[in-house]
Design a protein around this ligand. Structure first.
Ligand code: SF4
Length: 216
């Protein structure tokens, strides 16, 4: 299975900038390609290019950092079929593995040891029609759902979906994240408090530490 191949944009060691493990040293494996085109995308450099490598060589590269946490991200990593095998192999190594996914592709085959961090795309992304709501049934108690919020309409929509799917009861964290440079984080914080939403607000740490440069 390790001879299967994936197309990789980058592998790097950094502090996790989001999610429940924010601030913890993590190896990131960024797979190339994404079938979506969110208006606020901050990883468009991973849409094309990259290098085709074996899963075995990814494992070897990750092991050099001797990490506890490994995050598979993109682009949209699940757009590559062999990503499912990569996730299994990483979990087999004993790492705490998470997967960042757009929510547009089927997550049901993901190894249950892997923490899924699944987006639900709000209206301003331009990709709301791609949300695959059937995925919600496959979320496990350790998983996380993320809403990226650019404005009040996005916030209202996210609050509605939070209640409609009873997400707080289904997953370990529901994350609300402001679009960097578009929505004042303080404004989002105040909306969450005013509406008393049971969510965790997050600010993308890596953008403050490294000004959103690739490799972090
Ligand atoms: S799903 Fe993620 S990688 Fe793909 S376009 Fe949207 S923000 Fe960018």
């Amino acid at each position: 299975m390790s001879e299967l191949k994936v197309r990789i944009s980058e592998i790097f060691y950094s502090l996790q900038g989001e999610t429940k493990t924010i601030g913890l040293p993590t190896v990131f494996v960024r797979l190339t390609g994404c079938p979506l085109r969110c208006g606020y995308c901050d990883t468009a450099y991973a849409f094309n290019g990259g290098e085709v490598v074996t899963v075995a060589s990814v494992l070897a590269e990750v092991a050099k950092y001797n990490p506890r946490y490994v995050t598979v991200t993109g682009g949209e990593p699940l757009a590559q079929r062999n990503c499912f095998n990569l996730l299994v192999e990483l979990a087999e190594q004993g790492y705490e593995v998470s997967l960042e996914t757009s929510g547009a592709l089927d997550v049901s085959p993901v190894d249950p040891r892997v923490v899924k961090v699944m987006d639900l795309k709000a209206p301003s992304s331009g990709e709301m029609h791609r949300n695959r709501y059937e995925n919600i049934q496959w979320l496990l108690p350790h998983d996380q759902v993320k809403f990226v919020v650019a404005n009040r309409d996005d916030f209202n929509w996210a609050a509605f979906k939070l209640a409609e799917y009873d997400l707080t009861a289904k997953v370990s964290e529901v994350l609300f994240s402001p679009v960097y440079g578009e929505l004042n984080p303080t404004e989002l914080a105040e909306w969450i408090l005013t509406d008393n939403l049971p969510v965790r607000m997050q600010i993308q740490l890596h953008k403050y530490l490294w000004n959103d440069e690739p490799g972090h």
